[in-house]
Design a protein around this ligand. Structure first.
Ligand code: HEM
Length: 459
């Protein structure tokens, strides 16, 4: 089935009369509806919904939310302008990170902002980031001592933030600031998720240590962004990077964009850029520890591609197995496990009526683990992405960067760094769990292991 064939009809068309109301997902409790099950085990809950229908209604307390469960319809949703970025997920993000950044804007402002940031992520811009990506990937392995316990959470955040900050906001000062940013962001994301799932507004204003730590990290994040912008301006330099593009961007009237928008844009790029990559690096390290046969295969591939030299950006395209390991890790543990949209008008999806204002939710985690789309769906099998087999995967059943106008601008940038990091760490070390390691899945704004602790052993 193609997207076009599932593209909704406007309710104004004659087909409107045959639109159905989506079924209510089973298991709703009085008053709470599905909320308890969603909070208790969101991954299992979202994964079971397809058994109830292609589009189903969920009751979350007094509210009705629509869940989309098939790959085709998630593609149709993401490509349909009747659905925009909005809803509880985005509202809570906006409150903390700002309202004027690309990740939360809609309409003409969003299109203008995408035009501003897109050149920094184009394929032909990537080689310019190669030296920083290489340096950071190798620095990671050089910091680790053989046999020492590695705290994968902080190490993954560190490399992700440093690459995003150094590549996109270039400047010598970034080395020291990237360190501060990674500490701030780790704290902010932890607190943001808590505030999203347990929205107890006043409680978060009480002077508990956790609240103070969150407020301090959030304030420092905003301060850092202001410092970065102010220093760039004061330097009088205009390197060819994303920060220059943001500072020189014009609004639709041709006037410079406001200070708040510049600030929110930097935040809106740094925050998704670090949490997602950091979570994926953690899962990659976990996969290398859990599947030594694939770690060995990656090492062999790197050695044969590089001839034993340090792996570099120019090798990334030839590292096909390594790339497949990254893709398969992202299939089973997508950093972005839940996405939401809001209907801006009465509309339809897959033959179901969706009223204006409805919140729609779907889970890339559920879609990418569905047995209807994947043979041996829970097996870690990087070879399923080999050319002969990848064609069996239904359209939109593997879209970890989403599709349509909100598609992640950083898909190539992210894949290049993830492949390079995986290659660099695998060339030097094999990994085994250390005492106290807990690789069970922690559900937050992204998915990541609770507390991954590994020992790196030289080959
Ligand atoms: C949007 C995933 C890395 C910047 C998105 C979306 C997804 C995603 C699924 C779309 C959200 C939606 O449809 O509602 C990922 C994954 C990453 C990654 C899986 C890495 C493993 C990055 C990086 C950056 C970045 C490294 C920047 C340095 C953004 C921005 C948006 C976005 C700015 C908002 C785009 C818009 O709304 O137009 N990302 N991302 N992402 N991502 Fe990423």
């Amino acid at each position: 089935m193609t997207v076009e064939s599932v593209r909704p009809q406007s309710p104004a068309t004659p087909q409107a009369s045959v639109l159905r109301e989506p079924p209510l997902a089973q298991g709703a409790l009085p008053v709470l509806g599905h909320g308890l099950r969603l909070v208790r085990d969101p991954l299992a809950f979202m994964s079971a919904l397809r058994d109830h229908g292609d589009v189903v209604r969920l009751r979350l307390g007094p509210k009705t939310v629509y869940a989309v469960t098939t790959p085709e319809l998630t593609g149709a949703l993401a490509l349909n302008p009747d659905f925009t970025i909005d809803g509880p997920l985005w509202e809570s993000l906006e409150g903390l990170l700002g309202k004027e950044g690309v990740a939360t804007a809609n309409g003409p402002r969003h299109r203008r902002q995408r035009r501003t940031i897109q050149p920094a992520f184009r394929l032909d811009a990537l080689p310019g980031y190669g030296p920083v990506m290489e340096e950071e990937a190798h620095a990671l392995t050089e910091r680790w001592r053989p046999g020492e316990t590695i705290d994968c959470t902080s190490e993954s955040f560190r490399v992700a933030v440093r690459i995003a900050a150094r590549c996109l906001l270039r400047g010598d000062f970034m080395d020291e600031r990237a360190e501060r940013l990674s500490v701030d962001l780790a704290t902010v994301f932890r607190g943001m998720y808590r505030r999203m799932v347990i929205p107890l507004g006043p409680l978060y204003r009480l002077p508990f240590p956790a609240n103070r730590e969150f407020n301090r990290a959030l304030a420092d994040l905003h301060l850092l962004v202001d410092e970065i912008v102010a220093e760039r301006r004061a330097s009088g330099q205009r390197p060819d990077d994303l920060l220059t593009a943001l500072l020189e961007a014009k609004d639709d009237n041709g006037d410079p964009i406001g200070e708040q928008e510049i600030h929110d844009q930097v935040v809106a790029i740094l925050t998704p850029g670090s949490e997602t990559v950091a979570s994926t690096v953690m899962w990659l390290l976990q996969v290398l520890a859990e599947h030594p046969e694939h770690a060995e295969k990656v090492r062999t591939e790197v050695e044969s591609v590089t001839g034993g030299r340090p792996v570099g950006f120019e090798h990334v395209r030839s590292l096909t197995h390594t790339n497949n390991v990254v893709v398969e890790a992202m299939r089973l543990r997508p950093a972005v496990w839940i996405l939401t949209r809001r209907a801006v008008t009465d509309t339809a999806l897959g033959g179901y009526r969706i009223p204006a204002g409805a919140d729609i939710v779907y889970s890339p985690y559920a879609i990418q683990r569905d047995h209807r789309s994947y043979d041996r769906h829970l097996d870690f099998d990087p070879d399923r992405w080999l050319p002969g087999r990848a064609g069996n995967v239904p359209k939109y059943a593997m879209s970890p960067f989403s599709v349509g106008n909100r598609k992640c601008p950083s898909d190539h940038f992210s894949m290049a760094q993830l492949t390079l990091i995986t290659a660099a760490v695998s060339a030097k070390y094999r990994f085994e769990p250390a005492d106290g390691s807990d690789d069970s899945t922690r559900v937050g704004i992204t998915l990541r292991p609770h507390n991954l602790l590994l020992r790196a052993r030289p080959w």
